[in-house]
Design a protein. Structure first.
Length: 250
């Protein structure tokens, strides 16, 4: 474990202790998948206090860690997350903005990546999850992305991100081992796939997975850093050559 992971572990321990000792909810900044993996590595150690992870939507990869529960503390406190909607002022003349364009412009406002959650694009609109204490500042400060003048507002309605864009794909596999499925989906060799596990780039249902022989279950969500993510739907039959016909969704 590197020094940064040790620092994050101690920060998470401090959040749990403050929640327990002061009878109050405590929250982290947004955690990446790798950061969440650091939390999971000490999850059992912190089981004296209830912990929940949430990013603003069920499909979010970047999440905030909350310690505390209504059962323990006697009251409920929502996650300090706001959703921003960024729209071009004149859609007809706007650029086709990318995830990188949006993130770059937000970072240029002088804010840290840790206060920003997932970013989603729907047509020429962008939706950004962020911590509530930075939301108004972003709305007041963000007026242009590349050559496009934009308007940024806080919205309560969470769109169904990406659902309409996903489609099912049938792959043929020898077994439901995760390494074989990833190799097929990402079009790589098994040896290339093995590196992903040693480099800690594979996550199943938001948790780091270093076991290349893990057998996938129907409904598992797999994220491969640098390659994307997909859902494993399951086996639907056997081919004439005895291979499994499995369905994945991405």
């Amino acid at each position: 474990m590197n020094k940064e992971d040790e620092i994050l572990q101690n920060r998470i321990r401090d959040l749990a202790d403050r929640c327990y000792k002061n009878n109050m909810y405590t929250f982290s900044d947004f955690l990446s998948l790798a950061d969440a993996g650091v939390y999971y590595s000490i999850e059992r150690e912190l089981n004296y206090v209830k912990a929940t992870l949430w990013g603003g939507s069920e499909i979010c990869e970047r999440v905030v860690l909350r310690f505390g529960s209504e059962e323990q503390l006697g009251y409920e406190e929502e996650f300090p997350i706001k959703l921003l909607c960024i729209k071009p002022l004149m859609e007809k003349f706007s650029d086709n903005l990318t995830h990188r364009d949006i993130l770059g412009s937000l970072m240029n406002l002088g804010i840290e990546r840790s206060v920003l959650g997932d970013i989603y694009l729907i047509g020429k609109e962008a939706y950004v999850f962020c911590l509530d204490n930075i939301a108004e500042y972003i709305c007041d400060s963000l007026s242009r992305i590349k050559h496009t003048s934009v308007m940024c507002t806080i919205t309560e309605k969470v769109p169904e991100f990406n659902k309409s864009e996903k489609s099912d794909h049938v792959i043929q596999i020898q077994s439901e081992r995760i390494d074989g499925v990833i190799a097929k989906v990402c079009n790589m060799s098994r040896s290339q796939c093995a590196l992903l596990f040693t480099e800690r780039k594979v996550f199943v249902n938001g948790r780091l997975n270093e076991n290349s022989s893990y057998l996938l279950k129907n409904g598992d969500n797999i994220t491969v850093r640098g390659f994307g993510r997909f859902e494993y739907i399951g086996v639907g039959g056997v081919s004439r050559k005895g291979k499994l016909n499995a369905t994945v969704r991405y």
